[in-house]
Ligand binder design. Structure first.
Ligand code: GTP
Ligand code: MG
Length: 217
C-alpha cells in the first residue's frame, strides 16, 4: 500500500466526538505500552504521526487518522496499566467497548500483544468479547526484533496455544523497528476492506448482554 497522505483527524473520548465517516476503519487495541502507536506509524511510514512513549498510558483517548482519503485508523487507549487508578482503567474499557460496538464503519480490530510477554487475562477477555460480538480481529505480536529466533518460536507457540482456536487467523509477528510483518498486516487489512459489508452494526452489548469486562491478572 502506497501511503500518499496520512493525517491526524481528532481525538475522542465519547461517541459524540467521533469523526463522521463512512470510510472503512481499522482499530488498534492492546495493553498499555505494547507498541500500538509505533505499529501504526510503521504501517504508515511515518515516524511521528502518532505519539509514542516509553511511559505507559500515553494514548488516553481514541485518536483517529485518515489515510489516502480512503481509509481510517483508530488508535485505542491501552488497557491494563497498573499505575492508573481503577476508575480510569474502567473509563478506558468503557471507551473501547462503546467505540467497537457503535462504530458503523469499523471493519476490523488489530489486537496487539508484546511477543515477549505471556498473554494476560485482559487480552483473552478482549478477544473472547470480540468473538462473542462477531467482530473480526487479527492477533499481532509485536516487538519481534527484541527476541532471538529460538525465543520467538517459543513465545509464538505459547501465545498461539493461549489464543488461537480452530478457524482463527494465525498469529502475525510484527516489528515496528525492522518492519517484519508489515506487508502481511496490510494484506490482512486489504482483505477485510474487500469483504466489508458496511451497513448497520452488529449486535450491541445491550442486545447480547455481554459487556467488555476485563479481569485484572
Ligand atoms: P500506550 O499509548 O501507552 O498504550 O502505548 P502504545 O501501545 O501506543 O506503545 P508505543 O507505540 O508508545 O510504544 C511503547 C514503547 O515500545 C516505545 O518506547 C517504543 O519505541 C517501543 N516499541 C514499540 N514497538 C516496538 C518494536 O516493534 N520494537 C522495539 N524494539 N520497540 C518498540
Ligand atoms: Mg499509544
Amino acid at each position: 500500500m502506497k501511503i500518499i497522505t496520512a493525517e491526524f483527524i481528532t481525538g475522542a473520548v465519547s461517541s459524540r466526538q467521533y469523526p463522521r465517516e463512512i470510510l472503512p476503519e481499522f482499530a488498534f487495541a492492546g495493553r498499555s505500552n505494547v507498541g500500538k502507536s509505533s505499529l501504526i506509524n510503521s504501517l504508515l511510514n511515518r515516524k511521528k504521526l502518532v505519539k509514542t512513549s516509553s511511559t505507559p498510558g500515553k494514548t488516553q483517548e481514541i485518536n483517529f487518522f485518515k489515510i489516502n482519503d480512503a481509509l481510517m485508523f483508530a488508535d485505542l487507549p491501552g488497557y491494563g496499566f497498573a499505575k492508573v487508578p481503577a476508575t480510569v482503567q474502567k473509563k478506558w474499557q468503557m471507551m473501547i467497548e462503546q467505540y467497537i460496538l457503535m462504530r458503523e464503519n469499523l471493519t476490523g480490530v488489530v489486537v496487539i500483544i508484546d511477543i515477549r510477554r505471556n498473554p494476560t487475562q485482559m487480552d483473552l477477555d478482549l478477544t473472547n468479547w470480540l468473538e462473542t460480538n462477531g467482530i473480526r480481529y487479527a492477533l499481532v505480536a509485536t516487538k519481534s526484533d527484541k527476541l532471538s529466533s529460538v525465543e520467538t518460536a517459543r513465545q509464538k507457540r505459547k501465545i498461539e496455544a493461549a489464543f488461537l482456536r480452530e478457524g482463527s487467523e494465525k498469529l502475525l509477528l510484527y516489528s515496528s523497528k525492522n518492519r517484519q510483518g508489515r506487508n502481511e498486516l496490510w494484506s490482512c487489512l486489504s482483505k477485510w476492506t474487500a469483504t466489508h459489508a458496511g451497513g448497520p452494526k452488529k449486535k450491541g452489548a445491550s442486545q447480547t448482554g455481554h459487556s467488555l469486562i476485563m479481569h485484572e491478572p
